[in-house]
Design a protein around this ligand. Sequence first.
Ligand code: AN0
Ligand code: CP
Length: 318
Amino acid sequence: MRHFTSITQLGDLKNALMAAKYVKENPYADKALGENKTALLVFFNNSLRTRLSTQKAALNLGMNVIVLDVNQGAWKLETERGVIMDGDKSEHLLEAIPVMASYCDVIGVRSFARFESKEDDYNEVILNQFIQHSGKPVFSMEAATRHPLQTFADLITIEEYKKTTRPKVVLTWAPHPKALPQAVPNSFAEGLNMTGYDFVIANPEGYDLAPEFVGNARVTHNQDEALEGADFVYAKNWSAYEGDNYGKVLNQDRSWTISSEKMALTNNAFFMHCLPVRRNMIVTDDVIEAPTSLVIPEAANRVVSAQTVLKMILEDNK
Ligand code: AN0
Ligand code: CP
């Protein structure tokens, strides 16, 4: 693996999950692999989990880590070519990328959908510039259309907690006051399509995800029907994808909030969310605090996910 921008690049999922299990049980076995290698983590957006878990993963592999928050202390970056730079942006991404790359061996990038242009977002223009101009392996720490490190952690978590070989997994939209990207649900759907699990996506009308991510999932606009018999409930808000509504909040219908009444429809399902989560919008206090809530082990598995991916990148790019 050269770059990691989609869960599909892991290759055979069973092997990847076995590799993750090994990493989890032997976190310091590969301390020598990253010796004298530097990971640079570039954040265009906020982060708690990705920032900490990816650093921890790199440290476990013996790497050095540098973290850059582009919007705090660096020069404001122009990202479009051809612009006359007479505004507030002092530096162009086309210089910044090779400069940053000269200080490291692997680059992680967080660059959310900007909702200025659906085409630019879905063409991953920022992430792809890092791939094109850095000359280094690049991994996504959530880009415009996917969050593969999160998805891998989610799949690891489901693997650990599933009670049947083919659990029913429901990805459900839930309300939120601000426009959020589709990256987490897109990526989760992409990953679930690799599993062969019974996979259902529930969202209100107008919130259907892009067909290339929905894949073979069953899509319903009836949340209660979707939740029936579910073994895992994966809640997430996303803004509209379809047509001119791209990036818009169409409703904040709290009848879609995951409550204990909703969970009672399931097969005593586990609750999952990537975090950060807004309580009593996405999920009620009692559901997120219940013993069936996996949000903390799921977040803890972000170290395992990042370490397994970094290990593959280091091994394949010696
Ligand atoms: C981001 C999102 O929904 O993509 C990050 C989630 C990991 N969430 C927020 O911005 C609240
Ligand atoms: N789940 C996740 O990626 O969290 P952060 O945005 O805090 O990194």
